[in-house]
Design a protein around this ligand. Structure first.
Ligand code: DGJ
Length: 366
């Protein structure tokens, strides 16, 4: 037996993982640290697919120099490199030209169209984060190649369900329509960011997708200069907005939205806004995706809870075949050498008073 194991290793086979080790190097089947940051998981035909940002070494490594990387796994511990699902373009005129910002890609499967649909945060090259757009791509095969379709702001020329009369007033003077961001001390309604962006479409920066039990899909993003979360319903083909959306957590300034559903309740997690630096997470629960959302505090409870254990949320994995088993998926960013970013995966635990919490574990398994 020992001899067989030695032979396998000598032949270059990777040792099998049987646990998660948050924050450690996580090697794929080729022995290379997994490169899928700001990621999300799609479970399709008994296989998990992990899509994320392919980062590169050194300064500039957070820009999209390669595209969206995809890996597959049957057990969530061991991941096979399936290559680049969506490649950036060499064409300088393309929206997804090499060097743009392409973050937090999420892929969902549409059973009606039988297509795999990818949405991501897109910032045109050299524009900083002022674009605040969404890119949409689609593929026939789960691992791609994905074909880029278009980019857009969210819900152009559409008011949310909970629009206020003030939003429909002309945006002039101190509301400074041309300003793309709020100052830190401004409330989004005091400068009417919603009205400001009505024509062009609302900001969509950090984002995720969520598919409900009935197959309806939703886009959840940090909008209105990162001060409000927008939750929008998608069309049946998952390629557009239906126009139904709500503003949630108004003025609370959150990024990194992630959602899961358990026993009919919707749970939300997000972060504060401090760039690549970690901060304290927030969480909320609601009886409907449309709200009302009740904030239930920082889900992290151990040492380093104030920095979300040096991570920022990106997704919750629902573990197949295990009732009510969810995994928190977060990123430990390393902006000086983005490719070295680590993954913080922790089990989601529930308290008797209806909150979810995250304990720190150096090593754990399902
Ligand atoms: C925080 C976001 O959550 C990340 O996805 C990224 O956009 C950084 N900000 C950029 O500073």
């Amino acid at each position: 037996m020992a001899a067989a194991a030695v032979i396998l290793l000598a032949a270059g086979a990777q040792a099998q993982n049987t646990s998660f080790r948050p924050g450690q190097i996580w090697s794929d089947d080729k022995g290379v640290h997994i490169n899928a940051h700001g990621g999300g998981i799609l479970y399709y035909r008994n296989v998990y697919y992990w899509f994320g940002e392919h980062k590169t070494e050194g300064p500039g490594g957070n820009n999209a120099n390669v595209g969206v990387h995809v890996y597959s796994s049957k057990d969530l511990y061991n991941w096979k490199d399936c290559g680049i699902a969506l490649a950036v373009s060499d064409d300088p005129a393309s929206d997804i030209t090499k060097g743009c910002i392409l973050e937090r890609p999420k892929v969902i499967y549409n059973a009606r169209t039988k297509k795999f649909v990818m949405w991501f945060h897109l910032e045109p090259k050299n524009g900083g984060y002022d674009g605040a757009m969404i890119g949409i791509a689609q593929a026939d095969k789960v691992t791609g190649p994905y074909t880029y379709i278009r980019c857009t702001r969210s819900n152009p020329q559409t008011w949310p369900v909970n629009v206020l009369p003030l939003h429909k007033e002309p945006v002039t003077g101190r509301n400074a329509r041309e300003r793309s961001n709020l100052n830190w001390n401004e409330h989004p309604d005091s400068v009417n960011t919603l009205g400001r962006d009505f024509q062009k479409g609302q900001h969509s920066r950090d984002m995720t997708l969520f598919v409900d039990d009935d197959g309806k899909a939703y886009h959840i993003c940090s909008s209105e200069s990162n001060s409000v979360i927008h939750i929008s319903e998608l069309t049946d083909d998952y390629l557009d907005f239906t126009g139904k959306y709500v503003r949630a957590f108004i003025g609370d300034r959150m990024e990194a939205p992630a959602l899961f559903k358990k026993d009919g309740l919707y749970y939300f997690m997000g972060s504060e806004c401090t760039g690549w630096a970690p901060n304290r997470a927030r969480s909320a629960v609601a009886p409907s995706i449309w709200g009302p959302w009740t904030q239930i505090g920082n889900p992290c409870v151990d040492r380093d809870s104030e920095t979300t254990y040096h991570s920022q949320s990106t997704f919750f994995i629902q573990v197949a075949g295990k009732k009510n088993t969810f995994i928190y998926m977060g990123d430990r960013w390393t902006p000086d050498n983005a490719i070295d970013g680590r993954y913080i995966w922790l089990p989601v635990e529930f308290t008797p008073d209806g909150r979810f919490i995250l304990h720190w574990y150096d090593e754990w398994s399902l």
